[in-house]
Design a binder for this molecule. Structure first.
Ligand SMILES: Cc1ncc(COP(=O)(O)O)c(C=O)c1O
Length: 450
């Protein structure tokens, strides 16, 4: 049984059947936190995630386990994705989300997205396959890659994935030759100067070029149905949405002069959990100002949906006692984890993130604990990944309230976006890790049959 999110009583956890089969697990309870219902259920969910992390880590005996049994693992709370969906619906009800598969192509995420009624933004054949495997109709997929591989384009035609973006003339000729019936979205350039991951240096037609592209598409008798944009992933300036919507309006009007009746605007991704209400208010107003209700609005959110749903645990495989670089009279420690920037922490390199370590277990089994190491802030650490490369650093300096040693565990919240999808096998480490799926929301549990 799972408590509904609106119930203020302690939440009860639902764990996927696969995990229940493997581990003897009791339903866990979290306390009553007061405050509004959503943040209350979020807080309760955090406790539940922590319990599962602890239990799974405690199952590992690092002195006896087989190779890799102490590997990093995730706990994924599908209830968190469900809460994000409700938040989306409350703030951007007019906009239909097409989840950006690239952000985290986990099949359970895709299954939940499909059951929530969302579509998918795919950028390759493999992503199209994953989306189709979730059971959705091809009309719920947009191939949102303005520079497509020819054979993938033919594959999209074969699978009936008709919606796709373009931003240049060569792409139009390619589409004409390989999928002339496709439904096309002209992707326009945005001002993404404040975003974490800038995209406009690579994709998007400028407003100068857009009319020529529309005319060429018209001459080629191609079916342009809409406009798309992306303000950059991790965008910080909500006005970028306003400007992009205004620009899109201009293109709709130019397209009408050429003879196209565009029916859809795709506002892309770039939504973050911390700024969502602010961004969505500006976007909603802009949409209502510039686009009448008969225009369908879609979006391609990735990070927004999944960032906070995944928590990663990693094991301390080595420790080195060194003089504290800030105060050489004291000790500090270099910790080496079995995951790093070539693995699930690829978000440090590719997504400019700064994951924050927290202690999951600290057994204080150390023989050589140094009385000179502790400060009121705790013990000073730098945290490194397992590969031989010097750039494999997770945190150059962090104070933690315990003396960690080999075998202890750290955990990192907010590891759901652009992490495992860009992990490598460099140095022979695995890029595939166990995910324990749970649901802290009754709605998600019901949809996923947990
Ligand atoms: C075309 C496209 N759509 C959507 C996304 C998802 O962006 P976000 O995770 O910021 O929502 C990206 C990310 O790079 C993208 O390139």
């Amino acid at each position: 049984m799972v408590m509904a999110p609106t119930a203020c009583a302690p939440a009860e956890i639902c764990v996927s059947k696969h995990y229940q089969d493997k581990h003897e697990l009791y339903p866990s309870h979290a306390g009553d936190y007061g405050g509004d219902e959503v943040s209350q259920s979020k807080l309760a969910a955090k406790d539940l995630v922590f319990e599962i992390l602890k239990k799974r880590a405690a199952d590992v005996d690092i002195d006896r386990c087989g190779p890799g049994e102490e590997d990093p693992f995730y706990v994924a709370d599908m209830g968190e994705i469900y809460r994000q969906h409700l938040r989306w619906k409350m703030n951007l009800g007019r906009v239909k989300p097409f989840y950006a598969v690239k952000c985290n192509p986990d099949p359970e995420i895709l299954r939940l997205m499909a059951r929530l009624g969302n579509g998918f933004d795919c950028a390759s054949k493999a992503e199209i396959d994953l989306a189709l495997e979730s059971g959705v109709d091809p009309s719920r997929i947009i191939y949102a890659q303005p520079c497509k591989t020819k054979s993938y384009l033919r594959y999209a035609a074969q699978m009936g994935v008709r919606q796709m973006t373009f931003d240049n003339a060569d792409e139009l000729y390619k589409i004409k030759a390989n999928f002339p019936d496709a439904e096309l979205y002209l992707r326009i350039l945005t001002d993404d100067s404040t975003s974490l991951c800038r995209l406009s240096m690579k994709f998007g037609a400028s407003l100068d070029v857009a009319p020529q592209l529309l005319e060429l598409a018209h001459r080629l008798e191609l079916n342009v149905v809409g406009v798309s944009f992306h303000v950059g992933s991790g965008a910080e300036d909500p006005k970028a949405f306003l400007k992009a919507v205004q620009d899109a309006r201009l293109i709709f009007d130019q397209a009408a002069e050429i003879g196209y009746e565009l029916h859809t605007l795709d506002v892309g991704g770039g939504f973050s959990q911390d700024t969502f209400e602010k961004f969505s208010a500006i976007l909603s107003d802009a949409l209502d100002t510039y686009f009448p209700p008969n225009i369908r609005i879609i979006a391609e959110p990735g990070r927004y949906y999944v960032a906070s749903a995944f928590t990663l645990a990693a094991n301390v495989i080595a420790r080195r006692d060194v003089p504290d670089p800030l105060d050489p009279s004291r000790d500090a420690y270099m910790l080496y984890l079995n995951d790093g920037v070539y693995g699930n922490f690829s978000n440090i390199i590719f997504d400019h993130q700064h994951p924050v370590a927290q202690i999951l277990s600290c057994e204080n089994r150390s023989r050589a604990s140094s009385p000179d190491a502790a400060t009121p802030e705790g013990f000073a650490y730098s945290i490194w990944g397992p590969t031989c490369d010097g750039i494999d650093v997770i945190s150059e300096r962090i104070n933690l309230p315990g003396l960690l040693d080999v075998g202890d565990w750290l955990y990192f919240e907010d590891m759901g976006a652009y992490t495992r999808c860009s992990a490598t096998r460099f140095n022979g480490f695995s890029d595939t890790h166990e995910v324990i799926y749970i649901s802290s929301e009754a709605g998600a549990s019901a949809l996923l049959d947990y």
